[in-house]
Structures are given as structure tokens and as C-alpha cells.
Write a new protein. Sequence first.
Length: 467
Amino acid sequence: MSGFVTLGIKEFDEELGEIQPGSLVIVHGGPGSGKTTFALSFLKGGVESDEKTVFVSFVEGRNDIVRYSKAFNIDVEKLEADGRIKIIEVPTLVKGLETVFNEIVNTVLNMGAKRLILDSFSAVRDVLGGDQDVRAFVHNILLKLLKNQGITTLITLERLGRIYEPTVEEYVADIVIDIDQKFEEIYMRELTIKKFRGKALKRKRYCFTIHNGFKVIKPVPKPIREPVLHKVLEDGGDSCFSTGISDLDRIIGGGFEAGSVNLIMYSEEIPIAPLTLITPIIYQFVLNNRGVRIVSPPGYTAQQVKDTISEALSMEKIDKYCRILDYSGGETEHTKQIPHIELSKYFSKDAKTLHQVMLELGEKTCKPILAVDFIDVFEELYGVKSTLQYLPGFIAYIRETGNIALLLTVASSRLHKDLISLSDVYLHFFERNGAVFIRGVKPATEAYAFQLYVENHVRKVSLIPMV
């Protein structure tokens, strides 16, 4: 973005695109919402773009700014010695507002700085008093003087209370961003772009975290079907099996225990197919030469399941270690060509088939088997009553044999409470602002952004704490 300004938040810069030099950016939020962290990202953006930056703190002490900057790998003392940044601490305005800002403006101009940060401008507001004086100050200092010099200014404003009310500064600003903390069933942070002069935005609301800096969680991109590799992870022990996602292993205590029942509930709104979410788990088991029995998700044929998992598994591996069961309403010329097991829609018959497949895979591999069951399919084919009759016996078998059950269902399932009571691990996938998140209910964890991506042809998953 040569000739333009970045905010220093990679994901946000990719979403928003170019910002004109000389813009006035306002970040508005309550105490602890992440305003100073946002400001430090803007500082980092200046360092990375080789734009000299002045950071004026009216609230935090210099030592605190130096300490916070380390999370961004910013060496304040070295950069100040090199003349690339300047930290100005203004604990009080006893000198008078005019004197303080004359010193700030002179510092900016003498350095040849291209960025100015005022954190928090609310201290200045309190001194100025009325909206008329605030408007005059913003116009004469921040707009007329600095804007004409091509100096991009970011100011933070303190919001008290839960209700958002525009301030007079926002009417003359080019960009206004409101950031907030949500204390509902789970803790989340959210930002809203209230104004972006001269640009129509496709999306105005995002989730973010301040884990290791200010990070915006982008909406999930449309999946691209392509061959990928899976990096096999070490298991947590002889009776603890990796999920194929190192971050997930960590938060659930090392992986799936032998003989465990693991429940994944997902909101209907999630923009990623549930089967895609669990492919690393399937890859991990198959590439360790362990059997996987899959009851196809709602709306999936055996072929679609096979196409999905074949992104990282060879046909030889799938045919040897996977058994895919589905219900297509009768054999066709198409299904004859696909190695799969047809469910009959008759509960007693299919219960025997499901059990027999587990036995055969166990005898063939002599290793624990992963049973992937989409419970919605059971409800649809057999009804709630028959499904409830099936589950206790199936779970008893899992526990006795040391196999692993992975049960998946939509969060609105009528079996919701029953499944939770039967499970050892319970994870919940949900959507916010186009992104996918996961949280543990058993064991209880904070929310994590679920980032599924490909790097150097390797399928990877990162779980980013929403703190």
C-alpha cells in the first residue's frame, strides 16, 4: 500500500485497504477495551512502514508504554535513540493546554513524523470543556495544521457506560472505530467501524483479541478444495490420542483419552461445514494407521465425505482404514462405485451394522478405532427414542474396548442435554461476525478463534485466545 497508511493490524489492513495520509482516526471504547493496544499497533505500523511516529500518553506512564510495546516486539529505547519514534508522557496539563500542544506539534514537525498518537484524548476534552471548544481545537490543530502536513493522527476516546454516543470529534474524523467487551455467556471483544470516509465497506463489525497484540479475527474465507498435507502430532501417551490440533490437545488435557466420549456441538450459523472442522482429527488417526468409522453428516453422501477427507489422505489409506456409512435410499449405479456401507433406516439392523464395522476395523488394525457419528442423522433416520436406546450400549462398548467416540450434533438438537450428560469432553463451535470460534464446556475454557488455513501445502489449525 505504497503512498498510503496502514493501521499496523495485518488482518484489518487487508480488510480495509488504503487509508489516506493525513487522516484523523478515532478509536472509541470503554476502560480496558483495548484502546492503548490498538494505538500501539498503529505505532508498530509506523515502525514497519519507516514512518516516524510520536506517541503522546495522557494516561499511561512511559514505563508502562515501554512494557506494553514488548508484546509487539517494539524496542522503544532503541527506536527512540535512532530517532524513529518519540514517547511523550503528559501526566498532567499544569503547563496549560496550549503550551503542551505547542511542544507536541513542534516535536512532530522537527522529527519529520508522519504519525501522531494521542492516548487518551479524553484528558484533553476534560480541559477544553464544551463541544464548541473541542471542535475548534480539533479543527485548528488536528485537521488544519497536521492534516495539511500529511500527518496521520490517531486519538483514543474513553467511553463511559454501555451506550454508544457520538462525540463532536467524530463528526470531523475520517475514520471512527468503536471497540467493546462483551460479557455474555462467553467473553468476547468486538469492534465496529462507525465511519470510514469515502469508502463503502462490505463488513463493519469484527471480533478481535489482544492476545500478543491487537488481532482482528477475519471472516472465514470460502474453502478451496486442494491437496494438502497433515503434520502428524505425537500422542499424549499410550492411552491419550492427539486430535491433530496441538492447541486443542493443550486445552483438553493432551488429547482424546482411550474409551472416551467426545461431544462437539455446533451452531447452525457456522460458515464451515462441520466435517471440515474435524478433518485434522480424522487425518491424525488414519495416518497413524488407526481405523475411522464415519456416519456421514446430514446432506452428505459417502462420495462427498470421501472427497473431503481425500484432500490429505490417499485413496489407499481411505479404503484401508476408513469405513463410511450413509443412507441414500437405495443402491444406485453411482453408489455401487463407491466403497461405503449403506444404512437401511431400520434401527435394529443398522445398530448391528455399526457394531460390526467397529469390530472388523479393530481386528484389522489392532488399534483403537475412532467412531465419528453425526447424531442428527440418527435422529432423522430412527427418531429420538431409538437413538436414546442406542447410545448407552454404544458408549458402554466404547469404554470397555478403549475406542474413541466423536459425536457431533447441531446445538438445537433435542438430545442436547442427554448428549452432554454422556460425554467426557464437550466442545462448542459457534459463529460471530462471520468467523468461527470454539470453547470448551467440559473442560470449561475461554473462547478461541478457530483459524483453519494452509501453509506450505500443510493444513493447519490455530486456536487464538479471545482475551
